[in-house]
Design a protein around this ligand. Structure first.
Ligand SMILES: [Zn+2]
Length: 471
């Protein structure tokens, strides 16, 4: 069978694997020294604000710097992260019942036990004003939380990604599985056969629920299983037991709603679109809510596209702008689908097919131009010869907003018979951001901040298209 090609988020996957495993380490290294240096500067005990998974903890439950170490109230942290804790009064032992293994601590004892391994704490847990304080380093290491320190705001930010719950909805020809997930952007989905399964691995995430198996009475899906697949580094694995090989799936990533939604269906059947709950949001966010936008970074893999006057590859510029644009579109409530990974060059018909199969609302192809005359410069947006008035309006808004946001010279709108524009059913445009063959333009395209401005210009054009359309 041919799987529907949903390249949702795949460009983020590699990046995120890097972040997931290295970021906590980098953060730990970075934060420990400035906090210690606060104390070295003469601070004996001072309070620091504490934010846990985006929630600011009240002042009297915040962190304290004692003897050069940042101490945080254990219960506040574990409560916020949904981790059960037991307290044994007579022995002054604390048991943290984390999913990845129990943690034992003792007041005044700098030796802790994490999942059967003895660990030395730099400061023993202490009782202070009725609270058990533990070193921040312990939270980072034992609970595998990301910890960041913001010296100017005197703020410690603790983040631990949780899979809070999994639910499902049954339709006639479709099952929808909904993950309540702190960070839905990092996941890996793959199929296993005999028996047929769809597996979703979520790195650097914990599952705190006791319920590990959901039985689903549906002809597509028999059950959903959840396990802490790997501890170091931690991976939560969700297995969807499918009732056959001829089952297709689509994944929606909703960072604002903290949800990952998987639709399972029989190929060729009409499926219910996922309608996210309305967000209390700005007009811009409403404008793009639930829109499916396909981003097509031109070229890729062995096909670099145009090569700049000093050697900049078009395929890389296109891909980076596409990545930046996807982040902006998602923040504005849209679903995004990429037509390729960083090192791939799918065919032009395939790129259009991805948009058509996913019933895209808009298709945006991103390129950079080249011309034999070095002097030629500026930005162009293409539409198809036979494009609708609506499609041309879209092209115009994007073009104008790019010019406005970047200060690039306008080369105007152009019509062409490009495959991706002709074959895509949704309103489709192809952006030639600027000329790689022009020295000034190439220098701009090399600059990450400039690429961000291009992406913002495109976003503004998309928002303007939808807000104008609805009026
Ligand atoms: Zn190109």
């Amino acid at each position: 069978m041919v799987l529907r090609k949903v390249y949702l988020q795949n460009m983020l996957d590699k990046l995120q694997k890097f972040q997931v495993y290295l970021l906590p380490l980098i953060c730990i290294l970075m934060i420990l020294s400035p906090i210690n240096s606060l104390a070295a500067a003469g601070t004996v005990s001072s309070s620091v604000k504490l934010e846990i998974n985006g929630q600011l903890i009240s002042e009297n439950e915040g962190a304290t710097i004692i003897a050069g170490r940042s101490m945080v109230p254990l219960k506040t942290v574990t409560d916020s992260l949904g981790i059960p804790v037991l307290w044994f009064d007579s022995t002054r032992i604390i048991k943290v019942e984390d999913t990845s293994g129990p943690i034992f601590l003792k007041i005044g004892d700098s030796e802790a036990n994490i999942d059967g391994h003895k660990v030395q704490l730099d400061v023993p847990p202490m009782l202070e004003g009725g609270q058990t304080l533990v070193p921040l380093r312990f939270i980072a290491e034992a609970l595998r939380a990301e910890v960041e320190w913001f010296p100017e705001e005197k703020l410690i930010r603790v983040k631990r990604s949780n899979l809070n719950d999994i639910t499902f909805e049954s339709y006639k020809e479709q099952v929808r599985v909904i993950f309540e997930l702190t960070d839905p952007e990092k996941y890996e989905a793959f199929r296993l056969h005999e028996p047929e399964r769809l597996v979703i691995d979520i790195p650097d995430t914990q599952y705190n629920q006791k319920r590990k198996l959901l039985t689903v009475h549906h002809n597509l899906l028999t059950s959903i299983r959840v396990s802490q697949f790997q501890k170091e580094p931690s991976i939560v694995r969700v297995v969807l037991d499918l009732s056959g090989a001829e089952i297709d799936y689509q994944i929606h990533v909703l960072p604002l709603q903290q949800k990952l939604v998987i639709d399972l269906f029989t190929p060729g059947t009409e499926i219910e679109e996922y309608i996210a709950e309305p967000q209390p949001s700005t007009p811009a966010i409403k404008a793009l809510q639930n829109k499916i936008i396909v981003i097509d970074p031109g070229h890729g893999g062995k096909n670099p596209g145009a090569i700049g006057i000093t050697g900049l590859y078009e395929s890389e510029v296109n891909y980076d702008i596409a990545q930046k644009l996807i982040k902006l579109l998602q923040a504005a409530g849209a679903y995004t689908i990429m037509t390729r990974k960083s090192d791939e060059d799918p065919g032009l018909y395939e790129r259009a097919e991805i948009a058509n199969e996913n019933r895209a609302d808009l298709f945006i192809s991103i390129h950079a131009d080249a011309h034999p005359k070095e002097v030629t410069h500026g930005s162009t947006v293409y539409g198809h010869y036979n494009a609708t008035k609506d499609n041309w309006a879209f092209a115009w808004y994007v073009h104008e907003e790019i010019i406005k946001n970047t200060g690039l010279a306008s080369k105007g709108l152009r019509a062409a018979d490009f495959v991706v524009l002709r074959e895509t059913k949704a309103p489709a445009i192809l952006i030639e951001t600027a000329y790689l063959s022009n020295r000034e333009d190439e220098a701009l395209l090399k600059d990450s901040e400039f690429r961000q401005k291009v992406a913002e210009g495109i976003l503004n054009g998309v928002i303007r298209y939808y807000t104008t359309k609805d009026n």
